[in-house]
Ligand binder design. Structure first.
Ligand code: HEC
Ligand code: HEC
Length: 367
């Protein structure tokens, strides 16, 4: 009995214990900061799958297909209609453009660096550019083109037949069209951004203010908990509970698209659906309700409006959103309590450090 009430630490060793405990706490805080926040990395060449290596000729063929309006049902749209080269291969709208007489329901993301993504689309329903490429072609509200039919259309163009023979030693078909489109998109890489030069050792590549922003990004603002690596994305999915886009609630065309996508994704109550269920449509896992893939932040100065529903027009609005701890009831974020100066530095970092050289595309001759 007496023993159990004896102090755990002898009185004479208490000061030492306090010092050791203090050092341990500090180390834990320092180490945990390093462990939880991911590190930023310079961009590397975009990895291509073994069965679809990059070649100049394949990229060139993919580029032709990318700009060819034959890929849409009514001949008015190409991939570049919604992924415009001068707009960082996005389209500058909150909710993207769509096939005539229909409405789209999500924002058009940039295609720059899409070759690095583990999952494609905001809900990650495709896992490679090859798998992704035919979705927009056949989508009722994007290009609305029957795939059997488009194969015959492309086979009817002698220059394409010659191109496919040269690149694949085969006739045009949907699979090879997708491979060529994927190769072209894989060639769209952010080049020589100041962050890359800075991370490779050129300490003058960033201004003083941008460096302050970088420290806030990886520190107090915790952005690098999710935005890290070469693309500044962990390729994971989080429900940030963004505000709904009001157009999204009231527009009958968008509602039709939402119900259509939900229905073909096997969502039973698709008729009553008033919001975008995000990753849930893919996994049917409750934890993925309204979860979306962490966006890459490269070229972010050029990709407004932001988020899957284009709800924010400016980076200031995005930063304010994260500062107040995200949307109502979310479990992914906490309020940050950033000063207006800190927010300013953060924005300077995003704009200055992550903008690479302009990607200049020489428009192809469409056969
Ligand atoms: C009518 C507009 C429109 C057209 C045309 C269009 N897209 Fe898209 N694209 C979008 C929208 C909107 C999304 C996001 C959809 C989502 O996440 O559900 C998207 C997403 C993508 C993505 C995923 C990017 C990422 O980061 O996840 C790729 C890759 C892509 N499109 C390539 C293409 C290709 C290739 C074509 C032509 C065959 C094409 N798109 C045609 C609007 C369009
Ligand atoms: C918990 C993970 C997480 C943290 C922490 C986080 N983000 Fe994000 N971020 C996301 C997700 C997920 C999206 C995509 C949301 C969507 O589209 O609905 C996103 C999107 C963005 C976008 C939009 C990019 C675009 O092109 O649309 C910006 C900008 C952004 N984040 C900046 C930041 C900044 C700055 C911080 C720190 C203050 C931060 N993020 C912290 C997960 C996170």
């Amino acid at each position: 009995m007496q023993r159990s009430s004896a102090p755990l630490i002898a009185p004479e060793t208490r000061p030492y214990f306090c010092v050791v405990f203090f050092v341990a706490c500090i180390s834990f805080i320092l180490i945990s900061g390093v462990v939880f926040a991911g590190t930023l990395e310079p961009i590397k060449p975009s990895p291509a799958p073994i069965d679809n290596p990059q070649t100049d000729e394949k990229i060139e063929l993919g580029k032709k297909l990318f700009f060819d309006r034959r890929l849409s049902g009514d001949g008015t749209m190409s991939c570049a209609t919604c992924h415009i080269p001068e707009q960082a291969f996005a389209d500058g709208q909150d909710i993207s453009m769509s096939y005539p007489t229909t409405k789209n329901w999500r924002n058009s993301p940039t295609l720059i660096n899409s070759g690095y993504r583990k999952f494609l689309f905001y809900d990650g329903r495709a896992q490679s550019l090859e798998e992704q490429a035919l979705f927009p072609v056949m989508s009722a509200f994007e290009m609305n083109r029957n795939l059997d039919f488009v194969e015959e259309v492309i086979r009817g163009v002698p220059e394409y037949v010659a191109d496919f023979k040269k690149v694949f030693n085969a006739e045009p078909d949907r699979k090879k069209m997708a491979m060529a489109l994927a190769s072209f998109q894989r060639s769209l890489v952010s080049k020589n951004a100041p962050l890359d030069r800075y991370l490779k050792g050129d300490k003058r590549a960033l201004s003083k203010d941008a460096i302050k922003g970088l420290i806030i990004f990886t520190g107090k603002a915790k952005c690098a908990d999710c935005h890290y690596g070469a693309t500044l994305s962990d390729d994971k999915f989080y429900a940030l509970n963004l505000p709904e886009n009001t157009d999204f609630k009231d527009d009958a065309g968008i509602a039709a698209t939402r119900r259509f996508v939900a229905k073909i994704s096997g969502f039973k109550e698709y008729r009553d659906l008033n919001e975008d269920p995000g990753r849930y449509l893919v996994t049917k896992n409750k934890k993925d309700w309204k979860a979306f893939r962490t966006s890459s932040l490269r070229e972010v100065s050029k990709t407004a409006p932001y988020m899957h529903n284009g709800i924010f027009k400016t980076l200031d609005e995005v930063i304010d959103f994260f500062d107040r701890g995200g949307g109502e009831g979310n479990k992914s974020l906490k309020p940050l309590d950033l000063s207006s100066e800190e927010k300013q530095y953060l924005k300077i970092f995003l704009v200055e450090a992550l903008t690479g050289e302009d990607i200049v595309i020489k428009l192809p001759q469409i056969p």
